[in-house]
Design a protein around this ligand. Structure first.
Ligand code: C5P
Length: 230
């Protein structure tokens, strides 16, 4: 295998769900398939970049030429992301990170009891991985691309997320549309990015995730201010 051209940035991508243990046999998670993040990793590698994929538990093969680090929890994903991001040129947060985890995972299997019909779990907030990458000092900060899954007012909520998380670009999609997004092979998106005039946007119509991934990678790479050595 030929090494990636030296001008290509190191691209770090988070993908898939995270899994937060409740006890030794149960966890909190979500339906993220990881397909979009894996398609982005495959595409970035095909476009000549060195790619590291930080992946939650998914049923997908590692794309050709991509280095993969497997994690389960948001805390593990956060640790790997904050270790790699300061040396990367482009960071893409595509993972569906669990917003909360159990305050403490039970050491033994939680037992069903006869005296109550309810069970209360105490959850604590997980770190916001992409916001922490965005907050890295300027000389360590990669170009940061996030994703936003919305069910209404896609542009407005995405722009708000772009600002609140301090991102450079966001890929927003309407997850209420049948046959698109979560678990599907197709996706449509609105790309928003910071420009000299404020926020610019571009609409990407419904298309296979592989094709959309190529568009997103090309677009993000074209916006990189300068390619820092990786
Ligand atoms: O706030 P929300 O989860 O909608 O934001 C989605 C974006 O933030 C995605 O890019 C996702 O990967 C990232 N994210 C993260 N860490 C979290 C929550 C979301 O990196 N704890």
């Amino acid at each position: 295998k030929l090494p990636a051209p030296t001008s290509a940035p190191h691209v770090v991508i988070t993908a898939g769900p995270t899994r937060e243990a409740l006890d030794p046999v149960r966890y909190l998670s979500n339906h993220s398939s990881g397909k979009m993040g894996y398609a982005l990793a495959a595409e970035a590698a095909a476009q000549g970049a060195r790619v590291t994929l930080i992946s939650g538990p998914v049923n997908l093969p590692t794309p050709h030429g991509v280095e993969r680090i497997d994690v389960e929890t948001a805390a593990q994903m956060h640790h790997e992301a904050l270790t790699l991001a300061p040396h990367a040129g482009l960071f893409i947060g595509c993972a569906a990170v669990a917003d909360y985890r159990a305050a403490s995972a039970a050491e033994h299997k939680i037992k069903k009891t006869d005296d109550s019909d309810t069970l209360t779990l105490t959850l604590v907030k997980n770190p916001d991985i992409i916001a922490d990458v965005s907050a890295l000092p300027t000389d360590q900060r990669p170009f940061v691309v996030g994703f936003a899954a919305e069910t209404q007012d896609v542009a407005r909520y995405a722009e708000d997320k772009l600002t609140r998380k301090g991102l450079d670009m966001i890929v927003a999609n309407d997850v209420s549309q049948q046959g698109l997004g979560f678990g599907s092979d197709n996706n449509a998106a609105l790309l928003l990015w910071r420009s000299a005039t404020g926020t610019s946007q571009r609409e990407a119509p419904p298309q296979p995730k592989t094709q959309l991934a190529a568009l997103i990678i090309r677009h993000a790479l074209s916006l990189l201010p300068s390619q820092r050595p990786s």
